[in-house]
Design a protein around this ligand. Sequence first.
Ligand SMILES: *Cc1c(COP(=O)(O)O)cnc(C)c1O
Length: 334
Amino acid sequence: MIDLRSDTVTRPTNAMRQSMATAEVGDDVLGDDPTVRRLEEMAAEMLGKEDALFAPSSTQSNLIALLTHCGRGDEAIVGQEAHNYLFEGGGSAVLGGIQPQPICQEADGTLNLETVRSHIKPDDFHFARTRLLCLENTTWGKILPEGYSAKARNLADENGLSMHLDGARIFNAAIASGTSATDLAADFDSISVCLSKGLGAPVGSVLVGSHGFVKRGKRWRKMLGGGMRQSGILAAAGIYVLENNITRLAEDHDNAKRLEAGLSEIDGAEVDPVQTNMVLVKFSSEKPGLFEFLKSKNILVGGYGGEKLRLVLHLDISSSDVEQVIKAIRGFFA
Ligand SMILES: *Cc1c(COP(=O)(O)O)cnc(C)c1O
């Protein structure tokens, strides 16, 4: 199978399994797991923040962040298609009493800051208290433009908001833009980083921020059931991918560019300009059955609204797989 549905489908390699099998562990709820601690210190250092906590998923680390920044009756400004608004079951509203204020993203993935400003509520008991601005990088494979988060930070500071970054794929943004993850994270109070997307760990996410933020976050993590015991077994995979799988993300980006070029040659194909590891494509010809056809060729792809396909590159997809996919899609429309 050539599985392009998501970069979550990667399988742990033998070398990664070896590092998991030999990890030194302890009870992390009691603060005794040296491998978890090492992962947290590594992540904090790489993102330029004071501390970090290891969570089972990015859904949970985003939720911990929202619960830590906002209380009941507070409001978080989020992207209309942001993961932590659209794809996390409404967790912050359900479990935190936090009101999301969604804003439609611009084509480049940003939230228009004047629109954000106009949605910050005045201090008046009719309104929820706007407390947090959430951004995402990358968002649908797009990198937030240089200088944008600094402007967002100014707006946040003028209005007493905190800023959280869903940086599930922040290392894709760093590698593709040539900007360090520390710089990409600098304007945010907290950043959630997914270890199990393109980096290739089987499980896990790290949430980074100040000492005080992480301390408060750990309370929420416990309440959400994310306090894990000998989780150094999982953290070892996280350390492995941070040490071995960041620079190679460039290969996924090259493969995505190759796919973009190949698909663009098909009549009626509209391919969104590729920036990282995601290819979004729409075909204007109304020919049904593409998903099923590809499946019959052992190729799995994702959907993105209507007829748009989402093809995500990752470390289990080779350049020859990409050629096969181009050939199959060309064949379908020929
Ligand atoms: C996948 C993803 C998440 C959630 O990650 P899980 O570990 O699957 O819960 C959060 N944000 C973004 C942008 C994602 O792509």
